[in-house]
Write a protein that binds this ligand. Structure first.
Ligand code: AMP
Ligand code: GLY
Length: 426
């Protein structure tokens, strides 16, 4: 379920699963996009209509539902499907609070002794302003609820922080901003880490580094992500072990002990600080575009793994296996993104770009009345390549970008820059 680049990558990998290729399964996607439509039977379903989704699944005897985005999970879609005994990959609403409520997660970290930034939860402007005095600039202010990745403000000065708090409590993020978490600012490099769990067994599912800002050199407003690569060598095996032991495992255990057993993918946003890795935030689904690079490298049967998670028998599976090379994806966005992306721009050259193992995953694309491909959203395409290291994967991805014909689109030209700079030194 879903319609972005993440879901196209998931559909691509699921279409290769034994469940589809050998066991007679059919892949459906709702609502999908023109890229997904080449791999799956696309159906119109409203993710907010839980009864409608369940009825479709029962009628078509769906053996596994994979929910891509966070909103339906936080809203309880997985619970509604499980109530009908439909296997689903993704957490319950109560477990999805790890993404749906920043305050919930901070309190859980405190109870479980998980390393993260110091924080205060505030419910009114007066409380929040008073709490600012306990922090040093820059101030990190977060709307508690889901805000499509835009609910975090980093304010350089006290007066900027006060202005931002006033806006947040004035409804800038709607209900999501009824509570605001104020956090200590952490210094370090960011990395994303993924783990699959059925609530008891946990298996690492790779690392990636995203590029959240719209502009080169990590400047300009935040976006959903302008590009990513995997693995993230900064998260070396020793650090990865530390993340599993000090962050992921105690989270999964505490959630289970407290009756909120977490099943699905746990996506940890990490800050690699001088004191070791600390949790920035959790997401209850795959990252977009991080998923695209993970899927490019994954050599295991995705369908089998996700079904095992859904059936609480992850322990019986071979651990997921990834190729040792690097995958890198460049997001082509419509001009004007992230504020007002220009819709309707013509897209050509995908076949030319998809030479030599390149995949162009669709996100905000649509078919015009004449059948041609046009842009229909902010992030439009994910040009994804592999290489022996980040430098090689980056070069291959930009060669493919240059073969595309999307005059109303743009991309960052520096995806992977941190690692490319490190590779140049070795
Ligand atoms: P989040 O939505 O919680 O991932 O926050 C968005 C971005 O804000 C993160 O990717 C970080 O770049 C930054 N950020 C969030 N929390 C902190 C923090 N406590 N210290 C420093 N940077 C942060
Ligand atoms: N790319 C960041 C996210 O999916 O949250």
């Amino acid at each position: 379920m879903g319609s972005g680049g993440r879901e196209h990558a998931l559909a691509w990998k699921l279409a290769q699963s034994r469940l589809i290729t050998h066991e007679g399964g059919t892949l459906y996607a709702a609502p999908g996009n023109p890229g997904i439509a080449k791999l799956a039977q696309v159906v119109t379903l409203d993710t907010a209509d839980h009864a409608g989704v369940a009825a479709f699944c029962l009628e078509h005897r769906i053996g596994l539902v994979v929910v891509g985005p966070e909103a339906p999970l936080v809203d309880g879609l997985a619970d509604a499907l499980r109530a009908e005994f439909i296997p689903v990959f993704g957490p319950s609403a109560s477990a999805a609070r790890l993404e749906g409520s920043k305050g919930f997660t901070k309190d859980l970290c405190e109870r479980a002794g998980i390393p993260t930034a110091g924080y205060v939860r505030t419910r009114s402007l007066a409380d929040a302003e008073a709490a600012l005095g306990r922090f040093q600039p820059p101030y990190v202010l977060k709307a508690d609820g889901l805000a499509a990745g835009k609910g975090v403000v980093i304010a350089a000065t006290l007066s900027e922080a006060q202005d931002a708090l006033a806006e947040m409590f004035d409804g800038r993020f709607g209900e999501a901003g009824a509570e605001v978490v104020i956090e200590e600012f952490m210094v370090g490099e960011e990395a994303s880490f993924f783990a699959l769990t059925d609530g008891a067994t946990i298996v690492p599912f790779g690392s990636a580094q995203d590029h959240k800002r719209v502009g080169e050199g990590d400047t300009g407003p935040n976006t959903g992500g302008m590009g990513a690569y995997s693995p993230a060598p900064v998260l070396d095996p020793i650090l990865e072990g530390e993340v599993m032991e000090k962050i992921i495992a105690p989270t999964v255990k505490t959630m289970a002990d407290e009756g909120n057993s977490y099943s699905g993918v746990l996506f940890a946003g990490l800050m690699l600080t001088a004191q070791g890795p600390k949790l920035i935030e959790y997401n209850c689904r795959f990252g977009d575009p991080e998923c695209q690079v993970l899927m490019m490298r994954m050599e295991s049967d995705l369908g089998e793994l996700l079904l095992a998670c859904a059936d609480n028998r992850l322990a019986t599976c071979e651990p997921p296996h990834f190729a040792h090379d690097t995958a890198l994806t460049v997001v082509m966005a419509a001009k004007g993104y992230p504020s007002t992306p220009q819709k309707g721009g013509a897209i050509g050259g995908i076949e030319e770009a998809e030479q030599g193992g390149i995949h162009v995953f669709h996100a905000g694309t649509a078919r015009a009345a004449d059948g041609s491909l046009v842009a229909s959203g902010g992030r439009v395409l994910n040009v994804t390549a592999r290489g022996g290291n980040v430098t090689e994967a980056q070069a291959a991805a930009y060669r493919a970008v240059d073969a595309l014909d999307f005059p109303d689109g743009f991309c960052r030209r520096d995806i992977g820059w941190r690692e490319v700079a490190r590779e140049a030194k070795t």
